[in-house]
Design a protein around this ligand. Structure first.
Ligand SMILES: C[S@@+](CC[C@H](N)C(=O)[O-])C[C@H]1O[C@@H](n2cnc3c(N)ncnc32)[C@H](O)[C@@H]1O
Length: 208
């Protein structure tokens, strides 16, 4: 189902425009997420049990801390989180490694690869610059790292449809172009179950 056909679109638009997601916190740290997507992440991490989570787009570190706490409960996993901008007072947690770099650069990919062992199960989250061109670059760079059965999550695919700030092609276009070239990934439509997600058609599962 396309984003525009999904029954709760009006509510999602209302929620997005209200910008309440800018006041959403995990353990006191701003976390720019839709709460139902956080719940989906908890389910995915529990199912996949990744050894390494690569997050492009740290912001204040709220999502990285959330992933780290889920990993604490699962007793497995570490988070490598990349942002071009350093923010003060990001949370310190033994499972989190911060990298200051452009997530769309091959040099950054090389930096990230140092942390990954050949047997590691890897999950990737793209939540940095949401312009289509940048997301396409990230998809090209990071998709080979994703383990079979794991995910590359392209965040904020709804930007192409509902964001008034976003009059340019965004993550949704990048996903479409990526899937035209990569039949080893598929959209996990079961992640639409709450009918309330910023990452509509953005949960891409590696199937081979
Ligand atoms: C949407 S925020 C990340 C939100 C965070 N993941 C969360 O859920 O709280 C996007 C972040 O991407 C960063 N960013 C933008 N362009 C980038 C780039 N080319 N490389 C790395 N980070 C970038 C911005 O500095 C910003 O902190």
């Amino acid at each position: 189902m396309d984003i525009m056909e999904q029954p709760a679109l009006k509510f999602m638009q209302h929620f997005f425009y209200s910008e309440v997601w800018k006041q959403t916190q995990w353990m006191g740290i701003n976390t720019l997420k839709c709460p139902s997507d956080l719940f989906l992440y908890q389910e995915i991490l529990t199912k996949v049990r990744p050894d390494i989570i690569i997050e492009c787009g740290t912001f204040q570190g709220g999502s990285a801390l959330y992933f780290a706490h889920i990993c604490d409960l699962l007793q497995n996993g570490r988070i490598i989180t990349i942002d071009s901008i350093v923010q003060p007072n990001r949370p310190v947690h033994p499972r989190i490694t911060y990298i200051q770099a452009d997530s769309g650069s091959i040099h950054t990919l090389m930096q990230v690869k140092v942390f990954i062992e050949p047997t590691d199960k890897v999950l990737v989250i793209l939540d940095s610059d949401h312009f289509s061109e940048h997301v396409q670059k990230e998809l090209a760079l990071y998709h080979p790292l994703v383990s079979v059965g794991s995910y590359i999550v392209v965040e904020d695919t709804i930007c192409d449809e509902v964001s008034f700030e976003f009059n340019n092609p965004g993550p949704k276009e990048a996903v479409t172009k990526f899937l035209e070239q990569h039949d080893d990934f598929e959209i996990d439509t079961s992640q639409h179950k709450f009918h309330w997600s910023f990452n509509w058609n953005g949960y891409l599962r590696r199937i081979r």
